[in-house]
Ligand binder design. Structure first.
Ligand SMILES: [Zn+2]
Ligand SMILES: [Zn+2]
Length: 448
């Protein structure tokens, strides 16, 4: 710990007790119930995986989670920010620990061939699949909630279980907070979340500071002047204008940012025209931008605006272009002291060999919204849990994790097929151990 970090640590003590030496003993007392709850968790996982629900439509998932929380003695409220579920379990004096799991699936056609694969389609014929592992998140949340409820002598404090809808659209966390999550149920001392990763099952990855990039979704409208395709001199061609914009945008990361600054600028949509012989009036671009800090973000967004305007002007556009930021989500920044505590707890429980070095993930999450408390920032920690079956991992070409990762299915892939029992077991253990590391120790004697 350097001087700055120790100063910060002194300024605001972490809740719970100092890195607990008896944490493994407490974890054993809680996790001895795991074998008893696992059959129900496995059934729930198969059900959720086979019947995934798109963002904002998580009615069945929320009902199944809420039912289990109620049965374990939680005070349950549903319908927070859409299908959001909140379960509270007060168990004496101590910190409030929020455990967050997201519940939604993706519009992807499942091609895993698993016996419990999804065949769900929306009324519009859109396929739906749990391709991001949110079914595992929900089940591990339910499992951890049950384990903590069945071993109340092992800890003190309040557990706040949050089943979050609509993560994939980056709207659910904000919707829950705007619906009064903290005002109605209390501001937690810490917020914990975990996400599946294509690492081997049993491996965990933690990163201090920024663990996932912030994201901006931009829409750019370029205005030209349409004409007959055979009379291009009478037009201002928005297709050529758009093509120049797309190419020039590539120089932001390669030529404007310093080599070690990280950002992504991707043009995912480029639409213009309907006929080969018609030069259209307009072109539409949609971009995703990923950045790891606010200063880089501001520079990248300013560069996009500058390039789009300059290319439109260079083309002689009749009207200035329009650049809009449609949706943003902040960087996912782990509280350093909290993250260290969780990582140490996981190393103590799983063994340090289970931990892989933290890599910055360029994907984004709306989890960091939970850090925005009404009065002060709430400490958050977020880590990744491996779910790839060991056989698939061992057979993947390559020797380093980086090499193997490019050969196993990752999140948002139609063949993302987690090791079922291993993922549920390890995910419940990691969530439980992390929660116990933040709650106060219980009153009962060791190892009952
Ligand atoms: Zn996802
Ligand atoms: Zn996800």
């Amino acid at each position: 710990m350097n001087d700055v970090e120790s100063h910060v640590a002194l300024e605001r003590e972490l809740p719970g007790e100092p890195p607990p030496s008896d944490l493994n003993a407490r974890a054993r007392r809680v996790l001895k119930h795991l074998d008893a709850v696992l059959p129900d968790l496995d059934a729930l996982y198969r059900d959720l995986h086979e019947h995934p629900e798109l963002s904002g439509q998580e009615a069945h998932t929320a009902a199944e989670l809420a039912r289990r929380l109620k049965a374990e003695g939680y005070e349950v409220t549903r319908g927070i920010g859409g299908h959001g579920v909140v379960g509270l379990l007060h168990n004496g004096d101590g910190p409030t620990v929020l455990l967050r799991g997201d519940m939604d699936a993706l519009p992807i056609e499942e091609k895993t061939g698993l016996p419990y694969a999804s065949h769900v389609t929306t009324p519009d014929g859109e396929p739906v699949m749990h391709a991001c592992g949110h079914d595992i998140h929900t089940v591990c949340l339910a499992g951890t909630a049950a384990l903590l409820a069945r071993s109340r002598d092992a800890w003190r404090g309040t557990v706040m279980v949050v089943g979050q809808p609509a993560e994939e659209t980056l709207q659910g966390a904000r919707a829950m907070l705007e619906d009064g999550l903290y005002a109605r149920f209390g501001t937690p001392d810490v917020v914990l979340g975990q996400h599946t990763a294509p690492l081997p099952v049993g491996a965990f990855m933690h990163r201090e500071g920024v663990t996932m990039m912030g994201s901006d979704h931009l829409r750019v409208r370029l205005f030209g002047r349409g004409a007959h395709g055979a009379l291009p001199h009478l037009s201002v061609d928005p297709v050529v204008m758009g093509a120049s914009v797309v190419l020039r945008l590539q120089t932001i990361v390669s030529r404007e940012l310093a080599p070690l600054e990280a950002a992504v600028v991707t043009v995912g949509i480029f639409q213009a025209g309907t006929r080969a012989n018609v030069i259209p009036d307009e072109a539409l671009l949609e971009l995703t931008v990923r950045t790891e800090d606010d200063a880089v973000r501001a520079r990248v967004l300013a560069a996009i605006e500058r390039i789009v305007k300059a290319e439109a002007e260079a083309s002689g556009a009749p009207r200035p272009p329009r650049v809009e930021v449609l949706e943003s989500t902040p960087v996912n920044r782990n509280d350093p002291a909290l993250l260290r505590r969780i990582r140490d707890a996981h190393a103590g429980w799983f063994g340090s060999g289970a931990l892989v070095p933290g890599m910055l993930v360029t994907a984004s999450e709306d989890f960091p919204r939970f850090a925005q408390g009404p009065e002060h920032a709430v400490r958050t920690a977020y880590w990744f849990m491996g779910i790839t079956p060991l056989k698939a991992w061992n057979e993947a070409p390559g020797t380093t994790p980086e090499e193997k990762l490019s050969h196993v299915p990752g999140p948002h892939s139609s063949t993302y097929a987690p090791d079922r029992e291993g993922s549920l077991r390890k995910g419940c253990e990691s969530f439980t151990v992390a929660a116990l590391a933040c709650l106060h120790a219980g009153t009962a004697s060791r190892d009952s």
